[in-house]
Design a protein around this ligand. Structure first.
Ligand code: SAH
Length: 278
């Protein structure tokens, strides 16, 4: 909150020895895209910082909430150029914090879910820099809400597992055990591995018509939901031609969408409700 962050800053002021780090880093989750899915704490941090370090998954609408006088550093991928290495991003955070800057490091979704927030926090700790973590709505939660797929549901799914699709090289983890036990499986960064995921799970004996949904640009006005099956996961993914970001949700809960989408309305920014049951 405003008051606690003021307190922390006061505590952080350089001591007479000049040894204490005077800056501060907020590791902030921006949520899945819809600016109204920011937390109040995130908005406060955006308005109180003097330096913003942000990446690709942060929308224009959210950047527009940052006051003009705030310096902004983009550290994400642009036009196919490689993004800054994690070490370089850590270095930016550390050196500006050491200069006494009040930094918001803004990331898509939640900083601690496939967001490398832990790595950045470790770098800050290593340099004795004070920081806090402002959680964000992670893609799985945001997409589930805006496409009407409950990630758990009584008597359908008793748990949900978030995995990264990028580990799909060589041997596949035993995901079949997860989905067959009536759990929901959500893949981040999984679209490029759609083939490996499909073949791996079919190979592990999961049935061909196992329910799968792909949600692209979740929570934004461009959101699309594709309901398919395990056997046609790759085909559906290829047809999307790299639309990004995209999330894969697998499990019996996907079937609930058919009924739940019927009266689902998107509450657009400024509260103009519109139907999204496409
Ligand atoms: N820290 C982020 C995840 C970063 S990894 C979070 O908590 O959400 C990037 C992956 O997140 C993408 O490949 C995609 O799978 C997923 N993702 C992020 N935002 C999304 C969105 N609005 N719609 C669909 N998938 C999204």
């Amino acid at each position: 909150s405003y008051h606690s962050s003021r307190r922390l800053q006061a505590k952080n002021r350089p001591t007479s020895t000049g040894m204490a780090a005077s800056g501060f880093v907020y590791l902030v989750g921006a949520g899945p895209g819809d600016p109204e899915m920011l937390t109040v704490k995130a908005v406060n941090a955006l308005q109180q910082c003097d330096l913003l370090v942000y990446d690709r998954l942060v929308s224009k609408e959210i950047l527009a909430l940052v006051p003009e006088h705030v310096d902004k550093i983009y550290v994400g991928k642009r036009c196919g150029e490689p993004s800054l290495k994690q070490d370089e991003i850590n270095q930016i955070l550390v050196s500006f914090a050491q200069l006494g800057r009040k930094i918001v490091r803004l990331k898509g979704g939640d900083p601690f879910i496939f967001g490398r927030g832990g790595e950045e926090a470790l770098a800050l700790v290593e340099h004795n820099i004070h920081y806090c973590v402002v959680p964000g709505i992670t893609a799985a939660i945001g997409c589930a809400a805006s496409c009407a797929i409950p990630l758990t549901h009584r008597e359908v799914a008793r748990s949900v597992t978030l995995v990264t699709g990028t580990v799909v090289t060589g041997s596949l983890p035993a995901w079949s055990a997860i989905v067959e036990a009536g759990q929901t499986l959500v893949f981040y960064m999984g679209l490029e591995s759609a083939r490996a995921i499909e073949q791996g799970l079919l190979g592990q004996g999961v049935r061909a018509d196992f329910p799968v949904a792909i949600v692209t640009q979740g929570s934004t006005p461009e959101q699309k939901t594709y309901v398919t099956t395990l056997a046609t996961l790759e085909k559906t993914a290829v047809a999307l031609k790299g639309v990004s970001p995209a999330l894969i949700i697998m499990g019996e809960v996907v079937k609930l969408r058919e009924r739940l989408k019927t009266t689902l309305a998107a509450v657009a920014p400024m509260a103009n409700a519109s139907f999204v049951n496409e």
